[in-house]
Design a protein around this ligand. Structure first.
Ligand code: NDP
Length: 329
């Protein structure tokens, strides 16, 4: 008989009512792919929270094993680049959205979607970074490419106590930027300062409808929040600056004016992690290996077990999770 493993399965009934259950699967239940991986660590991202709670239409194939990223060991491969025993990371490519994802003992995926686990990093470390941390790195790289170096002035990070935010604060401060962290949780100020924030500001300062232009406060930013927050960040960005937009934790709208773009030459840099080409991923993971302090990574992550995933999914959409959550399988 085939070996079974635990999995979370999200299903929908005839009335499109969603339900979540822990079940046993075998490898025969997995979807198509040329690689099978023993999942050793995964994580709970905001998107996973939306998928499990059903608060947004993340899942587009029913039933589905959610979980957008994992790290583990290849158990079988018919792909030229990978062999049994290789340590790999997967994030994005529709895994956990249209393809069975990380919340199972085994995952079957396309070899083209995988990147190697960087040297010196364990599966646990890689998932402490996870999609959120890798997205933060994509934002930092985008700012650098736009010439936003530490000498240009401060950078703001919104949703700073969340996953993307915590990693962005850590990386930017390690690179020498003066980081202004925006949070709705004042109690997390000591945590953000520990990660390297030079200043902590209240989320409320950026939550009101934005003026077309406001006093210039920063050369750039990483925005995980969207809506009024992003509009305010743009209106407060100094001449020639740039803002990397990657999230919508505060809303998907953007109630802004064109004034920052046409009067201050400000640029809005869109960041997508899901379909990012392999070369971009490899570069981001390489930079994570060199630019993210391991001690900070440990202090911004907490570890849970498989049975805690569903609870953590609810917590993250309620904004209750600090930093990153690693699931040791
Ligand atoms: P988290 O929930 O860990 O972080 C989001 C943070 O945003 C919260 O911790 C909170 O920070 C802040 N926040 C939450 N709700 C609100 C609100 N209503 N108004 C203002 N601020 C709020 O999520 P992640 O870090 O995993 O993801 C952050 C965002 O980035 C999500 O929208 C996610 O979908 C997106 N994302 C996008 C990716 C891409 O490819 N573009 C990849 C990964 C994530 P605080 O308490 O400090 O205020």
């Amino acid at each position: 008989m085939s070996e079974t493993f635990k999995a979370i399965l999200v299903s929908r009934d005839a009335e499109k009512k969603q339900s979540v259950a822990v079940t046993d699967l075998t490898e025969a239940d997995l979807m198509e792919g040329d690689i099978t991986v023993a999942v050793e660590a995964t994580t709970v991202n905001y998107k996973d929270g939306l998928a499990i709670t059903g608060k947004a239409p993340v899942i587009r194939r029913w039933p589905l094993v959610p979980g957008v990223d994992f790290a583990g060991t290849v158990t079988s491969s018919s792909h030229a680049d990978w062999r049994k025993g290789d340590k790999v990371i997967l994030n994005g490519w529709g895994v956990g959205e249209t393809h069975f994802g990380a919340y199972a003992g085994r995952a079957r995926v396309k070899g083209d979607w995988l990147v190697p686990l960087p040297d010196g990093m364990s599966p646990h470390d890689a998932m402490a970074v996870g999609t959120a941390g890798y997205t933060a790195m994509l934002c930092v790289i985008a700012l650098e490419r736009h010439g936003i170096v530490p000498d240009r002035g401060p950078v703001v990070v919104t949703g700073a106590a969340g996953g993307v935010g915590s990693v962005a604060v850590s990386i930017l401060s390690s690179l020498g930027y003066h980081v202004i962290a925006s949070t709705g949780r004042n109690a997390e100020s000591p945590y953000l300062i520990e990660l390297g924030a030079a200043e902590v500001i209240s989320r409320d300062e950026l939550a009101q409808p934005a003026k077309p232009l406001a006093k210039e406060r920063w050369a750039g930013g990483v925005d995980a929040v969207g809506s009024h927050t992003l509009a305010n960040v743009l209106s407060m960005t100094s001449y020639g600056g740039a803002v990397a937009a990657c999230g919508l934790a505060g809303g998907m709208d953007l109630p802004a004016s064109v004034a920052p773009f046409i009067l201050r030459g400000v640029s809005l840099l869109g960041i997508d992690s899901v379909m990012a080409p392999k070369a971009v991923r490899m570069e981001a993971w390489r930079r994570i290996g060199t630019d993210l302090d391991h001690q900070k990574l440990a202090s911004l992550s907490t570890t849970i077990g498989f049975d805690d995933i569903i609870g953590a999914a609810h917590d993250i959409v309620e904004g209750k999770i600090r930093g990153r959550v690693v699931v040791d399988m």
